[in-house]
Design a protein around this ligand. Structure first.
Ligand code: SAM
Length: 248
């Protein structure tokens, strides 16, 4: 039987009671129709997860007891920071879900020149994106949540990446023809920038190059903006991360 995983932003200890209210409590009660004695898995992003059971589930709240701690770690060893051009609502949700499943460490939503969302609508989006990341982490078994940075201007995010300790900075760009960089050692910390539906503007590509980003091709077809981060993350996990490589 499927045991639901629940992220709780609070301390958890074996044999201690944990309470949950709000939207998640309503989901457990009214959608999953959980009952006292039902099993759940709790995690709080501090590492590991807890086998727990429901003690009570009332209209207002669910109370659990954490029974055992499992120190499992399902985080990707490769550190990846995704600078993601802000996409239209559903496309952005898809991009965040896939990136979370593929083990991204940090996501910086970047405001690019070809912004397809109205600026006025952006303010309310961050909390929804955070909820998507949380739900994806619950679903795919992550034991830590990827960090979601505030909305950041493209130039600020790129400059900050240049000043951070990345071994490799890639800017996915349609038609990029740069040779792959020669790497002395496999990178352990990678920044990757993905453009919005309209792509990066020429000045943005020039600015990124001047700040250490290498324009990078993902093949000769144009991928949807929500496909591109998943494709590049999967490629990096194969080349430098936890995916097994085929031996020739
Ligand atoms: N017409 C836009 C252009 O030419 O840039 C298409 C943008 S594409 C829908 C959205 C983003 O996905 C791009 O800015 C890039 O970051 C990434 N992307 C899509 N296909 C790609 C490819 N074949 N190579 C590299 N990046 C790609």
């Amino acid at each position: 039987m499927h045991v639901p995983r629940v992220f709780i932003d609070t301390a958890i200890a074996v044999q201690a009671t944990v309470k949950l209210d709000g939207a998640k409590h309503h989901h457990l009660r009214n959608v999953l129709r959980l009952k006292p004695a039902d099993a759940v898995i709790l995690f709080n992003g501090q590492g590991g997860e807890y086998a727990a059971q429901i003690d009570t589930i009332t209209k207002q709240e669910t109370c659990f007891t954490a029974l055992t701690f499992n120190p499992v770690d399902r985080e990707a060893p490769l550190y990846t920071c995704l600078l993601q051009g802000i996409l239209k609502r559903d496309a952005m949700i898809n991009a965040l879900q896939r990136a979370t499943e593929l083990g991204v460490s940090k996501i910086i939503p970047i405001q690019t020149q070809h912004l397809s969302e109205k600026r006025a609508q952006l303010a309310g989006r961050w909390n929804a994106w955070r909820a998507v990341i949380e739900q994806s982490s619950e679903q795919c078994g992550r034991t830590q949540l990827p960090e979601l940075a505030p909305l950041t201007a493209f130039a600020d995010a790129v400059s900050a990446a240049q000043n951070s300790a990345f071994d490799l900075r890639l800017l996915a760009h349609v038609g990029a023809s740069e040779a792959q960089p020669a790497l002395a050692t496999p990178p352990q910390r990678i920044a990757l920038a993905i453009g919005p539906e309209g792509g990066f503007s020429d000045p943005e590509v020039t600015f990124a190059r001047a700040n250490g980003f290498i324009p990078y091709t993902l093949g000769s077809r144009i991928l949807r903006a929500e496909t591109a981060p998943a494709a590049l993350l999967a490629h990096l996990q194969t080349r430098f991360g936890e995916f097994a490589e085929w031996q020739a």
